[in-house]
Design a protein around this ligand. Structure first.
Ligand code: FE2
Ligand code: FE2
Length: 202
């Protein structure tokens, strides 16, 4: 599919018409958009205040949709280790995005946390594109990949605008399942949150 047009960030890629892209196309399209925003955030300080929340919103919705729809399906397709690793990287990215949101975009600290986030997420996107996504293309048929794309977009739309504090117990449990953490259902929400925080490899 064609690259997203400049300025589009949160509109579903199918809005422009054409054949329905599959889940891998949709995920890669989001990755390119995130990388475009990283570049602007790093190089144009005047856009930081306006663009940082847009970037965090897209990152948050993209990650939640991967966790609820894509990672469980990828686990079923036999890529458990890649999924566990990717899920840990989401936990790190969320922590960094939350820190960034609380900082003054004019401050030096914002620049430092931004660098950390861009470094961590760029690594994550590259790894996803080299491991989880090609394995899914190898192991799933075209119809399944397309249907999964529809579910990914629906979940992503549902999460646009959510804040980290809005994470439900069910979503935390899903993260724990993606990590193959045992006994997650016997824990309180706070215990689950602590256990997931311990898994974030900062
Ligand atoms: Fe991704
Ligand atoms: Fe991801």
């Amino acid at each position: 599919m064609s690259a997203p047009r400049g300025g589009y960030a949160l509109v579903a890629p199918t809005a422009s018409g054409g054949p329905m892209p599959d889940v891998v196309d949709l995920i890669i399209s989001d990755h390119r958009e995130l990388q475009r925003m990283f570049e602007v955030l790093r190089t144009d300080r005047s856009k930081r205040a306006a663009m940082a929340p847009v970037m965090s919103t897209l990152l948050f919705a993209h990650s939640r949709a991967e966790e609820s729809e894509v990672y469980p399906r990828a686990r079923d397709a036999g890529v458990e280790e890649d999924v566990e690793h990717s899920q840990k990287e989401h936990l790190v990215a969320d922590q960094l995005a939350e820190r960034l949101t609380g900082l003054d975009p004019e401050s030096d600290e914002f620049g430092e946390v931004l660098d950390e986030l861009v470094h961590a997420v760029t690594h994550h996107l590259e790894e996803e594109e080299e491991t989880v996504l090609p394995h899914m293309r190898e192991r799933m048929d075209a119809d399944s990949l397309q249907q999964l794309g529809e579910r990914f977009l629906a979940a992503r739309a549902e999460h646009l605008g959510d804040q980290p504090d809005d994470m439900t117990r069910a979503e935390l449990e899903q993260q724990a399942r993606n990590l193959d953490l045992s006994r997650s259902t016997q824990r309180s929400k706070a215990e689950l949150k602590d256990a997931l925080e311990d898994e974030a490899e900062l």
